[in-house]
Design a protein around this ligand. Structure first.
Ligand SMILES: [Zn+2]
Length: 154
């Protein structure tokens, strides 16, 4: 009888945990809203499933004009060209985002602890942020999630 009761509590414990964790995952996934109907399958795979584009594949790696980088899904302004630098990693990289542009969460996939960041406005995934030393942050961005709008001299 005692044994049975222990198993019963073990079972309650497991179902309790899964009721806490499963809806959390579900809620997290529904906070991502696809707004731009013209997104490609590859863009959606990165934004919704946290996939990563091939390094050196983004034309934005070579973008050096002054302007702002916007969310390719919702259009929110995310990075200034002033924060862009050549990290040599093959992905567009920035030392900082515009204030409040992103929210972050800890990502344990690939067996390591990384900080994932997503658009604060529409929730879609953009990349990971690393601390490479010397207090400099590196926002490692998927170019497919960004649209560059050059500054116009009006
Ligand atoms: Zn967005």
């Amino acid at each position: 009888m005692k044994h049975l009761r222990r198993n019963f509590f073990k079972l309650i414990g497991v179902s309790f945990l899964s009721t806490i964790l499963l809806p959390y995952k579900f809620l997290y996934s529904v906070t991502k809203k696809i707004i731009n109907p013209d997104l490609t399958e590859k863009q959606k795979d990165i934004m919704l499933n946290e996939a990563t584009e091939r390094p050196y594949s983004s034309p934005l790696n070579h973008e050096k004009r002054k302007g702002f980088f916007h969310c390719a899904n919702c259009g929110a302004k995310l990075f200034s060209s002033d924060a862009k630098f050549d990290s040599g990693t093959g992905w567009p990289s920035f030392t900082e985002s515009l204030p409040g542009a992103f929210k972050t969460k800890i990502d344990y996939s690939l067996g390591m602890k990384r900080i994932e960041y997503h658009c604060a406005n529409c929730g879609v995934h953009h990349g990971h942020v690393f601390a490479d030393g010397l207090q400099k942050k590196r926002f490692c961005s998927n170019g497919l999630c960004l649209i560059f709008k050059p500054e116009t001299n009006l």
